[in-house]
Design a protein around this ligand. Structure first.
Ligand SMILES: [Zn+2]
Length: 121
């Protein structure tokens, strides 16, 4: 069954099938939009970017490979924000890569994500 993504942040919702939001914070944003609008600031965005970076770092920790495919649900569980990146690139096969500083990811499908680490020179 394909579940609708969270209407606030676009993340895949995990857990109970009647859940409408990915988290309590998104639920609150939906019910009190004005109160939370101020939260969408540079600070918040930077926090999401840094969080994505830390997740990438954690996934690659101890790995020799610079490329790997992981289940999307794993990144969702780690609270990865797929809508936040530091840049993007479309390769010659039309695949969209999103950068997060020294890392990049590409969404293969709803289930799989390819992660890339820039080689240390
Ligand atoms: Zn959400």
């Amino acid at each position: 069954m394909i579940r609708k993504p969270c209407p606030i942040c676009g993340k895949q919702i995990v857990g109970r099938s009647d859940k409408k939001f990915c988290s309590t914070s998104c639920k609150n944003k939906f019910h009190h939009p004005a109160k939370h609008r101020k939260g969408d600031t540079i600070k918040t965005i930077n926090r999401f970017l840094f969080q994505n970076f830390k997740i990438m770092e954690a996934v690659f920790k101890g790995e020799k490979k610079n490329k790997m495919t992981v289940p999307r649900i794993l990144l969702d569980k780690m609270d990865f924000h797929f809508n936040y990146c530091t840049g993007c690139y479309i390769n010659n096969q039309g695949k969209l890569y999103r950068y997060i500083y020294d890392y990049a990811w590409m969404e293969f499908s709803n289930q799989e994500v390819l992660l890339v680490r820039k080689k240390e020179e």
